[in-house]
Design a protein around this ligand. Structure first.
Ligand code: NAD
Length: 361
């Protein structure tokens, strides 16, 4: 066994079907009595439903969460925290709502209960990305790690199939990069492999039958494992590319991950053969077919496979290469401009990823 360092993140996980009914007990368990429920405008109805369930333990809702956690929205939510005298935050939704809860926790130290409804995995990380003046800045702090996560499979039944697929592949991306992380460890690698396998198994079933209870349960379980990977070890080239592309061209988060992932894996394949073989096995493919397996999964399930199709302008390729090669994240294969240009051009056009033998090392 190689030497390693592993940091366990303190969080309580409640997983199952119908677990929304347990949010009130979890609030009480934290010693709180004045919860503020957060959501996006689209999920306001769900937030109101939770408010009604919590009864006197809920002092209000703030249904204003939006993508990328803009500080202006956080300021408005902070005013609601003060007006209501809230003593804890309950975030019901995807990564955008969880992000708002984390931003409030950073500023107030209030405890958080998160009820995730997508597979993004933010609830399992001490990471917060915030946007100010059009610029997204990411930080890690134990202050933003939610105290409790209540996974209720029933709430994911309404996640539309296309968003389920891209959100699920977004989760897989966390696990893929954890397998070749410079600070990886055997515990996280085990979670990563199981997380990829659970999602790869579940997503085709969800596309065929969005209400499939077993598949929804597997996918949410996989999302937790993959989110735990993201929160535990360093992410590499794939996440760097997605931050650059998403931030520079305002591309949709989960779709960007879906398009880029096979190409990032192809780029790294020869430099991290053991990790990439584990990804391939988790996908049920031969050892050298990870990149193609991920590309096929997305294509088969009707997800976007080209950056062009999700809104990136062709004129942006030069800028993307420049930004992606500046201040690179730690990555198994060294970052070179020519290789990154080839990668971005292939992802832009929706080409199948290059096989490992032609990936340039
Ligand atoms: P999202 O939270 O923006 O949700 C997308 C849309 O789907 C929203 O309108 C939402 O209301 C709706 N929705 C969510 N769940 C639904 C459901 N079950 N049924 C119907 N509609 C539903 O999308 P996301 O991909 O979950 O989150 C993306 C954001 O999270 C990005 O800003 C990203 O940077 C951030 N993120 C952060 C971390 C972290 O660790 N800090 C990790 C992953 C993602």
């Amino acid at each position: 066994m190689d030497p390693f360092t592993y940091t366990a993140r303190p969080a309580r996980i409640v997983f199952g079907s119908g677990t929304l009914a347990r949010v009130g007990d979890e609030v009480e368990r934290l010693g709180c009595r004045r919860a503020l429920v957060l959501s996006t405008p689209q999920q306001q109805g769900d937030a109101e439903h939770l408010r009604d369930r919590l009864g006197a333990a809920c002092v209000g809702i703030f249904p204003g969460a939006v993508m990328h956690t803009p500080v202006e929205v956080t300021e408005r939510a902070l005013a609601t925290v003060r007006e209501t005298g809230a003593d804890c935050l309950v975030a019901l939704g995807g990564g955008s709502t969880t992000g708002l809860g984390k931003a409030l926790a950073l500023r107030t130290d209030l405890p958080q209960v998160v009820v995730p409804t997508t597979y993004a995995g933010s609830e399992a990380t001490p990471i917060l990305g915030e946007t100010a003046g059009g610029r997204k800045v990411t930080q890690r702090s134990p202050k933003v790690l939610p105290e409790v996560v209540v996974y209720d499979v029933d709430l994911t039944l309404t996640l539309p199939a296309p968003l389920s697929v891209t959100s699920g592949i977004n989760a897989i991306a966390h696990a893929v990069e954890a397998l070749y992380a410079h600070d990886g460890n055997p515990v996280v690698s085990r979670l990563a492999e199981d997380g990829i396998a659970a999602l790869a198994r579940a997503l085709p079933l969800i596309v065929a039958e969005p209400g499939h209870p077993g598949a929804r349960s597997d996918a949410l379980y996989g999302a937790w494992l993959c989110g735990t990977c993201l929160g535990s070890v360093a992410m590499g080239l794939h996440h760097k590319l997605c931050h650059v592309l998403g931030g520079t061209f305002d591309l949709p988060h989960a779709e960007t991950h879906t398009v880029v992932l096979p190409h990032a894996v192809a780029y790294n394949a020869a430099a991290a053969p053991g990790a990439v073989a584990r990804v391939a096995r988790a996908l049920g493919r031969g050892d050298d077919a990870a990149a193609l397996g991920l590309f096929d999964l997305a294509r088969r399930l009707g997800a976007p496979t080209s950056l062009r199709d999700i809104g990136m302008p062709e004129s942006g390729i030069d800028r993307a290469v420049e930004l992606a090669t500046a201040e690179p994240y730690p990555n198994p294969r060294a970052i070179d401009s020519e290789g990154i240009r080839t990668l971005i051009e292939a992802a832009f056009s929706g080409l199948a990823p290059l096989p490992p033998s032609s990936s340039g090392i």
